[in-house]
Design a protein around this ligand. Sequence first.
Ligand code: WTA
Length: 650
Amino acid sequence: MEPTSIDALLNETRAFAPAETFTQQANLNDPAVYSEAAKDFEAFWAKAAEGLDWFQPWTKTLEWSPPYAQWFVGGKLNACYNCVDRHAKTWRRNKAALIWEGEPGDERVLTYGDLSRETQKFANVLKSMGVSKGDRVCIYMPLVPEVVIAMLACARIGAPHSVVFGGFSAESLQDRINDAQAKVLITADGGWRRGSVVPLKKNADDALKTCPSIEKVIVLDRMGIDYPVHMQSGRDVWWRDAMEQAALECPCEPMESEDLLYLLYTSGSTGKPKGIMHTTGGYMTQVNATTQWVFDLKEEDVYWCTADVGWVTGHSYLVYGPLSNGATCMVYEGAPDYPDRDRFWAMIEKYRATIFYTAPTAIRAFMKWGESHLQKHDLSSLRLLGSVGEPINPEAWMWYHQHVGGARCPIVDTWWQTETGAILISPLPGLTATKPGSATHALPGIFPEILDNDGQPLPLGKGGYLALTKPWPSMTRGLYGDPERFMQTYWSKYPGIYFTGDGARRDEDGYFWLMGRVDDVINVAGHRLSTMEVESALVDHPAVAEAAAIGKSHDLKGQAVAAFVIIREGFEMSDSLKDDLKEHVTKKIGAIARPDDIIFSADLPKTRSGKIMRRLLRDVAEGRALGDTTTLADPAVVQSLKDKYEGQED
Ligand code: WTA
């Protein structure tokens, strides 16, 4: 698949207007919503906040002192109450909240009543371990119902959770636990991925060798008794044993609107991951409302977001958004090609899913695997499709539209970030004519601009930096323990304006086209990584003197990691060393960071001030003609790299 050129994108003329029948029934079907929000965005969001149950009303909608926003000041609420209790009190008590399948095929359905019971009991378990309001709890689990229970139980007692994706290494887990100074770790003996066991408890044990803040570890028995794990006495407790002792009732902690709900670590342009902070009132307001607007969620929908809870999509659109709306959510633990490449379609058919939200990288894989896998299944229950995580190329969009959506389902291409908490740019499915590859327009109440380097708004058609000029309720409240980096990363390029790190353009109809990151963040299969993280993992290997990592276009993953490596004297540039280095990065960070290519080189292209010119390395790795090399200290370096790379490509 050829990458689509920017010009081709901007000349995309295909447009898909919403079907009249869809518009008629849509949650939002009056275009006046945009102008109403623009007129008074505070009043607009205040109205949205009424979609939640508050223990105490707020007195001030917004307190804005850039870069810090406070929303719904003085209000009190609890996220778990909004996701569980308020539904369990009504007929929804016996409505399915989670329809779960494990990778091996095990099945469970939890109603809102079940969620209420389990969450209260588990909240009592946490309390019995000394967890109280404000204590951080780390969660490192497979995608099983208990991970949702654990998150909601934390929210219930006001203990911010920090979920670490189960695919991350022991060392990544350790960094995150130590940065958050978490008191308790919740994990499992293992999880299933493509038929193999992910050894979560073993990784956790390795991580915990130097995590002095952790007092207790709760271990879910996911694998069954045959899978041996080490339990450290006095520290480790089985989930099941702890739950047996737990009392049935646990009241919800009334949280201030601005109390911390969770931390979620994500990659930035330096090696150290940053703990994105989200608070309660604004975050819950926006995830609750956008789930209704963007996914057109209705009482009878069967909603499936395929993200893992280790990422923000899992937080906002698998847990807090849909559950606060009382939705029925499908959850699947494993890989889309296990046991066969039709697993997703089989699940859609079986549970009659109506809304399906996934990532372009998955769509491109499905495309490559071919339509025969879909044709075996009845997908006629679907009525809306979503995409998130990276730009979706028009070819993949069209394939999704035709083959998954049967040409009848609107597609919502949703742009947002861990930092934004909720979707900011997306079609409204009953109102927006979509164009393949465009995230279309800002949602009502959101104010993006495309700016040049000096902060001047650019005319339509011109590429620039995507920025947000007004605050929004679910915006991050900062980086845990690092206000300077927060200021520096997002608020220093344009004072008082949030800089996203993304490049974008608008076409002549004003549609937004996202162009990818403009910083040193790369997006591998929809997962954020920093080039420096990969570089630090590489230079940690004894054979490596210096390394430069880049994101290279990849037809399935969007980007793949390629690394240029200078090795130390005494080591040999061999294929086995390449494999060793790839393995080393996997061990240090996790499989998502594993480089596809390692390129040995004698030197790296640097500017006269010593900065590595990644743009040129990308040209080399992608086999393009070399761009401008005039600022290089030694222009011959890249040419020799290019000659060499073309000789050793594997
Ligand atoms: C990219 C994921 C284009 C973007 C929710 C952003 C997208 C980064 C889209 C955030 C989209 C996400 N179109 N690009 N629809 N959605 N991105 O924090 O570069 O994991 O800055 O949040 O993903 O990634 P994050």
